[in-house]
Design a protein around this ligand. Structure first.
Ligand code: TUI
Length: 315
């Protein structure tokens, strides 16, 4: 059995957090992960207060175990949804794509455990100063909005820089990755892409199939010229975006306009011509659909086996 301080911090059995994937992480997925012993998350993404409130209530009806909400700080509704988590008594919040400092006093007052996702040491230190309980250090192997550092380089540097517990994310898709994260000093992992292929994940079948069929080199980081790189699968849309980005005659506003609503088109419509299929680099390791319960069970068994054998090279 594997137990880490993350289990105690969040009241969970397996030190595994499901990534707060925008448009993907709904009440169904969050409840399935939480019922399997991990921490499920609902993504507030760009949705408004009412959508989030309904999803939180739905998740409460599907699980008695802890679950959380991910707040994407670039969302135009960030202020509203930051208030909804307090009103609905959500006990765990993760944040992404910005600094949560302005919301921290209200969240701490409400007894919320806040885990900001950080992509650099500077952000981790900011999170610590503002009262975070732990940080999720996310390397650029992950899908969606990414920073510059890989998980291997980021996690130990964040661990050295802050006194908070650190959870590793980005490029972790099986027990080997989880064991390695624990060896780096993390107290747990967050996984997005692995849960994209879960039965309980409601993405369009085309999206799931694309992830399952992806090879190692099938993701690309678009949006670098816009200042917010996003890792997604290579598709007709992302290839076109990359070509236009490389052409300095194409104005930034045109590129921005192409991205509007693109994730929704991928998740809900499986639209390969206009959709952004966000995915991490481990997509090439995903070969079959599984239940969240099987994913968590397999992760824990593999990790334990690897860690038990970890001393084999020590002579
Ligand atoms: O946030 C994520 N992953 C995401 S958010 C998202 S929705 C989106 N869609 C289109 C464009 C942009 C976002 C999809 N995936 N992960 C956590 C994360 N946070 N990764 C990187 C960062 C980050 C980067 C820069 C956090 C803060 C930051 O600058 C902070 C500041 O404000 O100075």
């Amino acid at each position: 059995m594997i137990k880490t301080p993350l289990c105690e911090l969040l009241g969970i059995e397996a030190p595994i957090i499901q990534g707060g994937m925008a448009w993907v992480a709904d009440a169904d997925l969050a409840a399935a992960v939480s019922n399997a012993g991990g921490l499920g998350l609902i993504s507030a993404m760009n949705a408004d207060a009412e959508w989030l409130r309904n999803q939180i209530r739905k998740a409460k009806s599907m699980t008695n175990r802890p679950f959380g909400v991910n707040i994407m700080l670039m969302s135009p509704f960030a202020d509203q949804v930051a208030q909804v988590v307090v009103e609905e008594g959500v006990k765990i919040v993760t944040t992404g794509a910005g600094s949560p400092t302005k919301y921290m006093p209200a969240w701490r007052e409400a007894g919320i455990t806040v885990l900001p996702v950080v992509a650099s040491v500077a952000l981790a230190k900011m999170a610590e100063r503002s009262g975070a309980s732990a940080v999720i250090a996310e390397g650029c192997e992950s899908g969606g909005h990414i920073g510059e550092l890989t998980t291997m380089a980021l996690v130990p540097q964040v661990i050295d820089a802050v006194d908070l517990p650190v959870i590793a994310a980005g490029g972790i898709g099986d027990g080997r990755g989880m064991a390695a994260a624990l060896m780096l000093g993390a107290i747990g992992v967050q996984m997005g892409t692995r849960f994209l292929t879960a039965y309980e994940c409601n993405v369009h079948p085309v999206y799931k199939q694309r992830v399952l069929k992806a090879k190692d080199i099938d993701t690309v980081a678009t949006g670098k010229r816009l200042g917010h790189p996003v890792r997604c699968l290579k598709t007709p849309f992302s290839r076109k975006l990359m070509m236009l980005e490389a052409d300095s005659n194409v104005p930034v506003a045109e590129l921005e306009a192409m991205g509007v609503g693109a994730l929704r088109k991928a998740v809900q419509e499986g639209d390969l011509e206009h959709g952004t299929f966000m995915s991490g680099q481990i997509a090439g390791m995903m070969h079959k659909e599984q239940s969240c319960a099987d994913i968590i069970r397999e992760m824990m068994t593999e990790t334990e086996e690897i860690l038990r054998g970890a001393t084999k090279w020590v002579k």
